[in-house]
Design a protein around this ligand. Structure first.
Ligand code: SAH
Ligand code: SF4
Ligand code: F3S
Length: 459
């Protein structure tokens, strides 16, 4: 008997249509995916789960009953990469109990280390890079046949065009949509250009199709993703053009995008912040450092002054814009004065939120070869930087009290009648509400500010 078309029936069983058209039922295999790193990995994990859904897998939220475990990994800092090996170590017992269990490593560690992963952890059956995961079903079949499977190519074909269409199941109100991948910037500290490859943009018609499909399935807010999302050129008018076209989709209420590079912020995209109502007033615009010497050594190709002028233009377009950023402290050769320049830039910009990191040496990148800042110096700078950023975040949150915001409710809270959602500025907002469903937008007055969220009342 030859099975030809596996389909999920939505209750966990797989319907298998035999070649003669008759129908049988079998228990589905279970896939456990653990995702590390950035939002692009979150999106990729969804797509990999969907691809494996076509092979008769359903997702499980525990590794204990899985037939396949897939770690979708991040290589950005040393700690992130090492986490993968300690996680793999935990599965030794499971693998011993269940020899049929297949273990795969996907994502940026897979790309950077390839076959080496199997040398360090022989129980790994499959390694797949971020640009070749459309081939996951074939790799899984190879692993089931007892062979080790590795694919870290940067294939010519567009993986998204080769992935199965997304299933029609109902979705939550927010979704990620990858529009651009890869990076040509080669910041001196960063592995992304090596793990994700060159900048590639997906054609806008495909993105429009995927966005319409998401909206039909209940999505109200889409966050466009790219390692350098504003370098998107799959639309004749760039990312601004894509945002405006997406805004014509009825039922899509909110659009966001991340992560942007200051040098790719063109006039049209800045203007979209003024004239496109669906584009939310929140922008993640990493600068990394405030000292021109360090910016140059980082190969960021802009000065602190140029970044600040850009923020001014963005705020002219959208005065209530909330900004977020990424910062690295202790980059090689960073002096106390360089660090103080970063603090001064932060004082000037005033961020609503930010991510900050100690510089981590990444083998193969130019900065790893340079004189390093001592660890205790890095710790001290990170502490001071985070204190300032934390204070700014609290100040901006406190300033929201008394203001009206619009909230897209995403889930129920723990208290009776409580719902949790996000404001247009990406603040988490709790409110006790009646007759409001998940996926609805409502006007809310902010009445209190907690450390990481706001409390509101329905207007
Ligand atoms: N493309 C995005 C960022 C991708 S990586 C951009 O250019 O902004 C996310 C963040 O990780 C970076 O912004 C940077 O702050 C941090 N990062 C990257 N490499 C790092 C390293 N070697 N050490 C510490 N932080 C790093
Ligand atoms: Fe990394 Fe720089 Fe590219 Fe961002 S722009 S992904 S930090 S190389
Ligand atoms: Fe990490 Fe790769 Fe994203 S290194 S931050 S998962 S692009």
């Amino acid at each position: 008997m030859r099975y030809v078309r596996p389909l999920m029936d939505g209750r966990g069983a797989v319907r298998l249509f035999c070649a003669n058209g008759s129908l049988t039922m079998s228990t589905p295999k279970k896939l456990y995916i653990k995702t590390y790193g950035c939002q692009m990995n979150v999106y990729d994990s969804e797509r990999m789960a969907e691809a494996m859904g076509g092979e008769g897998y359903v997702q499980t939220d525990t590794p204990d009953d899985a037939d396949m475990i897939l770690l979708n990994t991040c290589h950005i800092r040393e700690k992130a990469a090492e986490k993968v090996y300690s996680e793999l170590g935990r599965y030794k017992g499971l693998k011993a109990e269940k020899p049929d269990l297949k273990i795969g490593v996907a994502g940026c560690v897979a790309q950077a280390e390839g076959q080496e992963i199997m040398r360090r952890q022989p129980m790994v059956d499959l390694v797949v890079g971020p640009q070749s995961y459309h081939r996951l079903p074939q790799l899984e079949a190879k692993a089931r046949a007892g062979e080790k499977a590795v694919d870290t190519d940067f294939p010519e074909e567009d993986k998204f065009a080769h992935l199965k269409g997304r299933p029609k199941a109902k979705r939550g109100p927010t979704a990620f949509l990858t529009v651009q991948e890869g990076c040509d910037k080669f910041c001196a500290f960063c592995v992304v250009p090596y793990t994700r490859g060159a900048e590639v943009s997906r054609p806008s018609q495909r993105i429009m199709g995927e966005a319409r499909d998401l909206v039909e399935r209940g999505v109200r807010e889409i966050t466009l993703l790219g390692q350098n999302v504003n370098a998107y050129h799959g639309h004749e008018k760039g990312l601004g053009g894509l945002v405006r076209e997406l805004a014509t989709i009825d039922g899509l209420e909110r659009i966001r995008f991340t992560t942007s590079h200051p040098n790719d912020m063109d006039d049209d995209l800045i203007a979209a912040h003024a004239d496109c109502e669906k584009l939310m007033p929140y922008l993640h615009l990493p600068v990394q450092a405030g000292s021109d010497k360090i910016l140059k050594r980082m190969n960021r190709s802009h000065t602190a002054e140029q970044y600040i002028r850009l923020i001014e233009r963005l705020r002219e377009a959208r005065p209530d814009l909330h900004l977020s950023g990424d910062f690295i402290v202790g980059f090689p050769e960073e002096t106390e004065q360089d660090f103080l320049d970063t603090m001064a830039l932060i004082e000037e910009v005033k961020y609503g939120s930010a991510f900050s990191f100690k510089y981590s040496e990444r083998p193969g990148t130019p900065a790893a070869e340079r004189p390093q800042v001592p660890e205790d110096e890095k710790d001290d700078r990170l502490r001071r930087l985070q204190a300032l950023l934390g204070q700014q975040q609290r100040d901006l949150q406190n300033a929201m009290v008394g203001r009206e915001v619009s909230v897209l409710f995403e889930k129920k809270g723990r208290l009776p009648g409580q719902m949790i959602g996000k404001s247009e500025y990406l603040h988490a907002v709790h409110a006790v509400v009646e007759n409001v469903e998940v996926g609805e937008l409502a006007k809310v007055k902010i009445v209190a500010s907690q450390s990481n969220s706001l409390t509101g009342e329905l207007i």
